[in-house]
Design a protein around this ligand. Structure first.
Ligand SMILES: Cc1cc2nc3c(=O)[nH]c(=O)nc-3n(C[C@H](O)[C@H](O)[C@H](O)COP(=O)(O)O)c2cc1C
Length: 221
């Protein structure tokens, strides 16, 4: 599949399983897929480096985003842990049962002034300046690279806002700092998901607003 075909083929597929699925890939294959998609994320354009405050632990990158990955077995473990939380995970649990790989991507906002020691919420609303706009834009480009890359390899996929995964309780389990703002929980499903799933839901806005003249205008001078 070439790039144009992959972009045209990409579509939201919310794959719902009734119970945890056995992985379709070996651990080595899962790792290769993880590295492949992270490499595509790393190739996205970005304009501004992330603030120094985010360069902690091993994650010292100047990219304005961070990716947290869970293999299929870890997705199943997470699904079990989320069962006891309030609010309940809802369809996120069914998708975790189906997922071959989950890549949670956060962006790293520039913040100003004294910050709380402990955050219960992400720093929302964030400061609406140009740098933050471009941090989000760069992170979105990275996520789209991963979606298109997964599509090119014929893995059904879905960009979720995260639902319960955004909340403090889940963030503690996942060890994703509340200082970071979740932009996408990218679910990568097995290639045979279409045969195995009890239900697959498309994106609600799949067909909306696509007429070229409805979102573009020729500039004539
Ligand atoms: C930033 C972002 C967040 C999204 N979050 C959700 C979500 O939480 N739930 C959902 O059903 N779809 C979510 N989507 C997917 C959209 O619903 C989907 O892209 C849209 O309906 C168009 O369908 P398509 O992806 O098949 O083209 C999200 C998409 C984007 C770009």
């Amino acid at each position: 599949m070439n790039t144009t075909e992959a972009i045209h083929s990409r579509q939201t597929a919310k794959v719902l399983a009734d119970s945890p699925w056995a992985p379709s890939l070996t651990p080595d294959e899962q790792e290769q897929l993880r590295e492949h998609l992270l490499n595509l994320a790393a190739k996205a354009p970005y304009h501004y480096k992330s603030a120094e405050r985010y360069k902690t632990g091993g994650q010292t990158s100047s990219l304005p985003f961070r990716c947290y990955t869970l293999d299929g077995a870890t997705c199943n473990t997470l699904a079990t842990k989320l069962e006891t939380l309030s609010p309940p995970p809802g369809k996120i649990q069914n998708m975790l049962w189906a997922a071959e790989l989950l890549i949670i991507t956060t962006w790293l906002p520039d913040v100003f002034g004294t910050q709380p020691e402990r955050r219960e919420m992400e720093p929302l609303p964030f400061v609406g300046n140009l740098r933050n706009m471009e941090h989000i834009a760069a992170t979105s480009a990275a996520i789209q690279n991963m979606l298109v890359g997964a599509t090119a390899e014929e893995y059904p996929n879905y960009w979720s806002s995260g639902g319960v995964l955004r909340q403090e309780a889940a963030r503690k389990i996942l060890e994703i700092p509340m200082e970071e703002i979740m932009l996408g929980a990218v679910f990568i499903f097995p290639k045979d998901a279409l045969e195995r799933a009890s239900q697959i839901m498309p994106g609600k806005l799949r067909e909306e607003g696509k007429a070229l003249e409805s979102f573009s205008k020729k500039v004539t001078l």
